[in-house]
Design a protein around this ligand. Structure first.
Ligand code: ATP
Ligand code: ZN
Length: 286
């Protein structure tokens, strides 16, 4: 068998579950022993390494792992020379500046000379220098959001998704400095045999990613309304139309993108479509 491609994913944390779900969606199975750092897939030349997310960029840069799934925030902070192979669409979050709610804030200039706590000193200092603001960066590795209330800092620069953690710590988000999602990264110089495995894996990942954003829809349409209904369905090739046993009616099959899903469904109903069935798509291969 080929030398397997090695993939680093987060051992336990916000990226772990979705990273594992992706491997499964690619039809790759492996047995997992929670105490082990490494697992080999049974049916694909892939080895999986379970690591702390912060270590993933360095391990991939050093060639210990060939590819990795990591937050773009961590990737950008670490500054390793890796190639972004795919954006994975999950773990969307942003890196933001926040100040105590009772402090007035008019713009990033207000942070000049202030102390800002963060786990992202590089991204923060790049942002501040782009803005021409000089502030003191205080690096801490966790629980950044409590820094102002214990007098450790005047502001924080931290990961936000809904903003509820900031709110419950009496903080107000004032600037977004970086937007992130999970990404698949690779060493820039993979040997040809491993690149071939990566290409096979990517083919599967892309089919799974595409499937996630589509739904398969089946509906009954009076024949007189077919032309109008078809004109409302965006994308793909032309939908499949088959006659129903009841004269004057047809069944219409198509795929719809998740983004404009409800809007299109409402229009289809208004145009006469009935009995609309919506079915998840498992894989989509173009
Ligand atoms: P580790 O123990 O591996 O160092 P960690 O505590 O540093 O884990 P997690 O909190 O599990 O990291 O977050 C991992 C990644 O998930 C972050 O780097 C970020 O990309 C993303 N992330 C963090 N917080 C959120 C959130 N609230 N919503 C969505 N994604 C998030
Ligand atoms: Zn971490």
């Amino acid at each position: 068998m080929d030398t397997p491609l090695s993939l680093a994913i987060q051992k336990s944390g916000r990226l772990s579950e979705r990273s594992l779900a992706f491997i499964e969606a690619c039809g790759i199975s492996f047995s997992r022993n929670k105490t082990r750092l490494k697992s080999t897939a049974h049916n694909f030349p892939l080895e999986i390494l379970f690591l702390r997310d912060d270590d993933i960029p360095k391990y991939v840069a050093d060639g210990v792992a060939d590819i990795g799934i990591v937050g773009e925030n961590v990737f950008a902070e670490k500054g390793e020379a890796l190639t972004i192979v795919e954006r994975m669409g999950f773990s969307k979050c942003r890196l933001s500046l926040a100040v105590p709610q009772n402090v007035s804030y008019h713009g990033v200039g207000d942070l000049a000379g202030k102390k800002i706590a963060t786990s992202y000193p590089n991204l923060l200092s790049q942002y501040l220098s782009r803005q021409g603001v000089q502030a003191e960066i205080h690096e801490i590795s966790g629980s950044v959001e409590i820094a102002p209330s214990i007098g450790l800092a005047d502001a924080v620069c931290d990961i936000v998704s809904s903003g509820s953690t900031l709110l419950s710590n009496g903080l107000r988000e004032v600037e977004t400095i970086f937007r992130s999602e999970a990404i698949l990264v690779s060493t820039p110089d993979l040997p040809a045999a491993k690149q071939e495995i990566l290409d096979r894996l990517l083919f599967r990942i892309r089919a799974a990613l595409r499937a996630e954003s589509y739904k398969y829809v089946v509906m009954n349409v009076p024949n007189a309304a077919i032309e109008n209904v078809v004109s409302l369905i965006p994308g793909m090739k032309s939908p499949t139309v088959t006659p129903l046993a009841e004269t004057g009616w047809s069944s219409l099959h198509s795929v719809l993108q998740e983004d404009d899903f409800w809007e299109v469904i409402e229009k289809l109903r208004a145009a006469g479509a009935q009995g609309i069935l919506v079915i998840p798509v498992e894989k989509m291969i173009l």
